[in-house]
Design a protein around this ligand. Structure first.
Ligand code: FES
Ligand code: FE2
Length: 372
């Protein structure tokens, strides 16, 4: 993206990393960017019939819908005696605590107390802006005055009629930035994903990274090489080498989408002709749950053979198996970081984009705390 606000970087020298998460505070607790939209749940999981408890940025939330279908996010803590509201029930326009029956409206205001007419001052729970978009419920945990739905990251492939996408969710036992590191690092594909999307050609191919405000655009082409097994099956057999692209878009703090695919070698894919190949949008929604756990949402969208259920199942299994490989490695990495208590990473070229991403997050955190 060659704008005046962008900087084009070719295999940038990695900024030094001390091994700490960029968002770790001096007390060892994570500091998360608050002025950002985070995915709290799949929209289908937030209903009018039963509240859903979730934790975002170490804070308990309860998600529910009013009788009008409007999604609501409140602190999951009754102001009376701090019982989780997610144990209660939805009564049309209110959420009723399951302990003594206090009822809260969509703004978090207590509007009814069984057995008394007077509502005491302070009888409310915090409410957070919530928006349904791209099949997810997004929640803003920061300054409500800055909650602009126009800033919700673009995942339009999940609900476009021109695309179809199997989707899934993992509960990752690792800090969310380890997952961002992982997704922005192409070099692990050859090793972690050998059975799914990895091929021997990947690790030696350089990538190109552009920075534009709070985004990174990373591109990589692998020319005239064997197709990855999953893509080969999805296409129905290329019968020869392919030109393969892996374009990644990162929006700080935690949105990652990929434009990936391959086409028969020499048929013009780098110039924009993808007619002899397939393209996929690999979509990753990452939400910090706690200091050491992450809500990991994914989708794997395609714009070809939309009604082919067998292909949907093949890609769903392939994508899920691929991402599960990352989830497994990252949990082991987090466990070792915690067990050893040691900081200090040795950075290599493949870490460049991840390190730049951490700088973007650090800048967002500094802006929130007025430290820049
Ligand atoms: S704890 Fe919720 S009504 Fe008493
Ligand atoms: Fe991976």
């Amino acid at each position: 993206m060659a704008t005046s606000a962008s900087a084009r970087l070719q295999e940038p020298r990695p900024p030094a990393s001390d091994g700490m998460n960029a968002a770790d505070g001096p007390d060892g607790r994570s500091r998360f960017v608050r002025n950002a939209w985070y995915i709290a749940a799949w929209a289908d999981d937030v209903t009018r019939s039963a509240p859903l408890g979730r934790t975002l940025l170490n804070e308990p939330l309860v998600l529910w819908r009013t009788e009008d279908g409007i999604p609501v996010a409140l602190e999951d803590r009754c102001c009376h005696r701090h019982v989780p509201l997610s144990l209660g029930r939805i009564t049309g326009r209110t959420l009723q605590c399951g302990y003594h029956g206090l009822e809260f409206d969509a703004t978090g205001q207590c509007v009814k107390i069984p057995g008394q007419a007077r509502i005491p001052p302070g009888a409310h729970v915090p409410a957070f802006p919530a928006v349904e978009r791209h099949r997810w419920i997004w929640v803003w945990m920061g300054d409500p005055g800055r909650a602009d739905p126009g800033q919700i990251p673009d995942y339009r492939w999940l609900d476009s009629p021109d695309w179809t996408a199997p989707v899934g969710e993992f509960h990752l036992k690792a800090h969310y930035q380890l997952l961002v590191d992982n997704l922005l690092d192409f070099s692990h594909l050859q090793f972690v994903h050998r059975r799914t999307i990895g091929t021997d050609a990947i690790a030696d191919i350089p990538s190109s990274t552009e920075r534009c405000e709070n985004r990174l655009e990373i591109t990589r082409w692998i020319m005239d090489s064997p197709p990855p097994p999953l893509f080969d099956r999805a296409y129905g057999g290329f019968g020869g080498n392919v030109d393969r692209w892996m374009n990644c878009s990162y929006t700080a703090p935690s949105s990652v989408t990929f434009d990936i695919g391959c086409a028969l070698a020499g048929t013009g894919a780098p110039e924009g002709d993808r007619s002899q190949g397939i393209e996929i949008r690999s979509l990753h929604g990452i939400t910090p749950e706690t200091d050491r756990t992450t809500l990991y949402f994914w989708g794997y969208a395609r714009n070809f053979r939309l009604d082919d259920d067998a292909l949907t199942e093949l890609l769903a299994k392939g994508a899920s198996a691929t991402f599960a490989e990352d989830v497994e490695v990252l949990a082991e990495q987090q466990a070792m970081l915690d067990r050893s208590g040691r900081t200090g990473f040795v950075d290599i070229g493949g870490d460049s984009a991840g390190l730049l991403a951490r700088r973007l997050v650090a800048a967002q955190l500094a802006a929130e705390t007025g430290a820049c």
